[in-house]
Design a protein around this ligand. Structure first.
Ligand code: URP
Ligand code: ZN
Ligand code: ZN
Length: 494
């Protein structure tokens, strides 16, 4: 009788810190043995000449979100998870919504049931837009107890933005119950003021989305988010850092020993204002927040990956098709300021829904631009795409590594494969990719999720519903440092 259900044979295995040749034996969805000349499995994957890396964890993506008006994002759990797996991501963390004026229970009814259609493993961050007592005192603690151990807050966007006072209350709640807080850092009032002036000056193109929110509005909010987290002694992760000005704030916080981590996304490493300044309203495809920066800024963001300031690269997948939602916005929630129609019938920049698709391209684009072009090592690639997300979000030991006992989430990469990014060959529901036509070197050829072959040669085999919810228990990273101003721990007073 075969000893293993599946053996991945003869590959070069890469983890956060090691690179070695080995076979990997899998039993019941878990890694059972790593060694040379393992016994035959019931099934075998030949990985000779290939890399075998941990399945990617995309700890920031928006899937099938529901708006209070009844709209649902086009990217469903079935399509988004197919896209994730095809791109080498075996687990993701998306968002439970809260609609302002509603409790968590009332918001986006049935969302967790929709998520059961996922083909990849998944967890949630809970968005807090309205921190009323019922939410902070009852619902959040109950949710954390069920394993949703991270909250997301926005310091901008009309229907989502929190005041500083509300942000402090969310931080204090997370401190008391043991959860990570993730923060979208941009200054709401500064952006609203600039939007108003740009529209009054008749400047309405997609490029002006970036003019409305220059790096300093991100830098200011990043500084404030960190300072207020320090006041409460609550660990935070700064989401989607787009520029050196904001990354510098994260670096200074780390140097001072604060529990602050930074995330960026492939768009900030590869795209620029040029992508916003395209004919035929094409710049709308590149409207996301924080906005894309001027050419050259990406290299400064790469430098902050290399020096360890930025810990994780996620997709921030938030898809709106170009043929529909990008040109005919409904109420996506991800926008700011009143709607203005232009003479050509297109929406002014501020009404274009913010976000771009990326869950399928995150890893190939990053591998090619990072590893193949020599900017980062294979180990650094594993850290920023998988291992660090597991560590920061309470999945360590189970995900993000290749070790006995861990879930057998493995991706076989052909590091020499050259391919063009083409939406026609992709699995996402969104009708475009911002990386259309990009030549990449290095592609995931087999994706294994908990011991099952989920994708082979771009064909998705995993069925909808085969993914599992990942509850997350208490873990060290979210413990406070124990240092508060004047020794007075305000968060402990209720
Ligand atoms: O433009 C973006 N990033 N859209 C997604 C929502 C968010 O801000 O994370
Ligand atoms: Zn955001
Ligand atoms: Zn996001």
């Amino acid at each position: 009788m075969a000893e293993f259900d599946l053996v991945v044979r003869g590959g070069t295995v890469g983890t956060a810190y090691d690179l070695f040749e080995a076979d990997i034996g899998i039993v019941d969805g878990k890694i059972d043995a790593i060694g040379r000349n393992l016994a035959r499995g019931k099934e075998e994957v030949d990985a000779k000449g290939k890399l075998v890396l941990p399945g990617g964890i995309d700890s920031h993506c928006h899937i099938e979100e529901m708006s209070p008006g009844g709209g649902v994002q086009e990217e469903s759990f079935a399509s988004g998870s197919a896209a994730a797996l095809a791109g080498g991501t075996t687990s993701f963390i998306c968002f439970l919504q809260q609609w302002k004026g509603h409790t968590l229970t009332e918001s986006a009814p049935g969302y967790a049931e929709r998520a059961r259609q996922s083909r990849a493993d998944y967890s949630f961050h809970q968005i807090i837009t309205d921190p009323m007592p019922e939410v902070l005192e009852k619902e959040v603690p109950a949710l954390i107890a069920k394993g949703v151990r991270s909250l997301k807050v926005f310091l901008t966007y009309d229907p989502l933005q929190l005041t500083d006072a509300q942000y402090l209350e969310v931080l204090a709640t997370a401190r008391r119950h043991g959860a990570m807080v993730t923060v979208h850092c941009e200054n709401f009032d500064a952006i609203s003021w600039r939007i108003e002036k740009l529209l009054a000056a008749g400047l309405t193109d997609p490029l002006q989305h970036a003019w409305a929110r220059p790096p300093l509005v991100e830098r200011e909010a990043t500084h404030r988010a960190i300072a207020l987290a320090e006041l409460v002694d609550q660990p935070i992760q700064v989401f989607h850092v787009s520029c050196e000005e904001a990354a510098g704030e994260v670096a200074r916080a780390k140097a001072r020993g604060l529990k602050v981590w930074g995330e960026t996304c492939p768009q900030y490493l590869t795209l620029s204002h040029e992508d916003l300044d395209q004919p035929d309203f094409g710049g709308a495809k590149a409207v996301c927040s924080p906005a894309l920066r001027e050419k050259g800024e990406s290299e400064r963001v790469w430098a902050r990956i290399k020096d360890g300031t930025l810990d994780i690269v996620t997709s921030d997948h938030c898809g709106f098709s170009f043929a529909t939602a990008k040109r005919n916005p409904g109420s996506s929630g991800y926008g700011q300021g009143g709607a203005v129609q232009r003479a050509d019938g297109m929406p002014a920049f501020n009404a274009i829904p913010n976000g771009m698709p990326g869950i399928e391209t995150r890893l190939p684009v990053l591998f090619s631009e990072g590893v193949s072009k020599g900017r980062i090592s294979i180990n650094a690639f594993v850290r920023i795409t998988s291992a660090n997300a597991a560590r920061l979000f309470g999945l360590q030991g189970r995900k993000g590594t290749i070790a006995p006992g861990a879930d057998a989430d493995l991706v076989v990469w052909d590091p020499q494969m050259e391919r063009k990014v083409e939406v026609a060959r992709m699995h996402q529901a969104i009708d475009y990719t911002p990386w259309e036509g990009l030549d990449v070197k290095g592609w995931p050829v087999v994706t294994i999720r908990r011991g099952e072959i989920a994708v082979r040669d771009n064909e998705v085999i995993a069925a909808p519903g085969s993914g599992s919810f990942l509850p997350r228990g208490p873990y060290d990273v979210i413990k406070p440092t124990g240092t508060v101003p004047d020794g007075f721990d305000a968060a402990s007073v209720t």
